[in-house]
Design a protein around this ligand. Structure first.
Ligand SMILES: [Zn+2]
Length: 323
């Protein structure tokens, strides 16, 4: 605790939020669990903004169109809020809020890898292959019969490896998870998932074996602030302590260099007491220091582990694909 100087803040990287869903291009300033004042107060340094696209029945228009609407909001937000848009870790600038565009739900591709490349060209650097539903790439965690990834899903993983995109297994089915672990040349991440052993039956969380395998492969897992994924019940309130329990189990299995934060803010209806929004980011390092975590490990969990992971993904690109 003594190592932390008075008033010093820990830079924060948050691997997942759904703030784009609540924005309008005419008014693209986030005011939810992710909000402009809170990001500043909380010490946010690198924030991943997800363009969420779910099952086709949700939309009157195409799913690619839905992705593009959200990408448009992302660009409007970056401009209105003065964020620094980043597509490579070398662009990260201390003292600036760096915003990274990510994709949640391979539905956006509509089964076409050309759409993946176009979304990459627009700045997307992470894709969750599925949301909880099934899509052209594979089965989500709610699959009744888990047939894992499709052929197109495996092709998408290979193309993401070539491009240097982070392959996100949050929301993926169990079989799909293990296929990605085996097939992906680069380490995957679970951007916003918790430990299943602490709330059995929650398929969105990862088993101990999955957490250990992610760590061995050089991956990353971000702790999620959703009540259901922390306590196992939508009716049981969660606290910051619950987040720490999950984080500590994840760190014990995956390795402390392989865990961080993926809050899911603005994608979740209830937040933990003591960690209600991005303005409370600093409560995490403060609590970890109180639990006698070494300061270097706290810095890693708050920020550096995610950046290091991103670099490992880029290092796995085939030499020819590097630019
Ligand atoms: Zn999600």
């Amino acid at each position: 605790m003594a190592a932390q100087r008075e008033g010093e803040r820990f830079p924060i990287a948050d691997a997942h939020n759904d703030a784009l869903l609540g924005l309008r291009v005419e008014d693209p300033v986030p005011r939810g669990q992710i909000n402009l004042e809170g990001l500043d107060k909380g010490g946010a340094a690198l924030v991943c903004f997800a363009a969420f696209v779910g099952a086709r029945e949700r939309y009157a228009h195409s799913r690619l169109q839905e992705a593009l609407l959200l990408v448009d909001r992302f660009y409007a937000m970056v401009e209105a809020c003065g964020f620094q848009r980043v597509t490579h870790p070398d662009q990260l600038t201390p003292g600036k809020l760096c915003a990274l565009l990510t994709l949640e739900g391979g539905d956006a591709l509509e089964g076409q890898l050309c759409n993946l490349r176009v979304l990459y060209a627009l700045g997307a650097r992470m894709l969750a292959l599925t949301w909880s539903n099934d899509n052209e790439l594979g089965c989500g965690c709610n699959a009744k019969e888990d047939s894992g990834l499709t052929r197109t899903g495996l092709e998408a993983v290979a193309e993401m490896n070539r491009l240097g995109m982070m392959v996100d297994v949050s929301h993926l089915s169990d079989r799909g998870f293990w296929q990605v672990l085996e097939a992906s040349a680069a380490p995957p991440l679970a951007s916003h998932s918790n430990a299943r052993a602490l709330c059995p039956g929650v398929a969105r969380n990862l088993t101990d074996e999955m957490l250990a395998a992610l760590g061995r492969k050089g991956g990353f897992v971000g702790v999620n602030a959703a009540r259901l994924f922390l306590t196992g019940s939508q009716d049981r309130p969660a606290t910051l302590e619950d987040m720490l329990r999950h984080l500590e189990r994840m760190a014990a299995l995956a390795g402390v260099e392989h865990v961080g934060l993926g809050t899911d803010f603005d994608g979740i209806s209830s937040t933990p007491e003591g960690f209600e929004g991005c303005e409370k980011y600093q409560a995490l390092p403060e609590a970890l220091l109180r639990r006698n975590w070494p300061e270097a490990a706290v810095r890693g969990v708050c920020y550096q582990n995610f950046v290091d992971y991103w670099r490992r993904v880029l290092e796995c690109r085939p030499a020819k694909g590097r630019a």
